[in-house]
Design a protein. Structure first.
Length: 71
């Protein structure tokens, strides 16, 4: 099973970006997704952004993950 998590892009330098994953910041590769800008939300798997998503969709995913964790 693969697991991806949404992150908000806070900084971009070439094909690398910093994404905020609900308070945890990690470097991710954005080369697979065209047109990513600071402030965009991206779905990330294994360190690679695999798609852009809306803020509302990202919030829904956060909510579902927290429900699954029992929080």
């Amino acid at each position: 099973m693969c697991l991806a998590f949404p992150g908000k892009v806070t900084k971009i330098a070439g094909d690398q970006a910093v994404a905020d994953f609900d308070g945890i910041k990690k470097e991710v590769n954005i080369s697979l997704v065209k047109g990513v800008k600071t402030g965009d939300f991206v779905m990330v798997h294994a360190g690679f952004a695999i798609q852009k998503m809306s803020k509302q969709d990202a919030k829904e995913v956060y909510k579902l993950y927290k429900e699954a964790e029992g929080k």
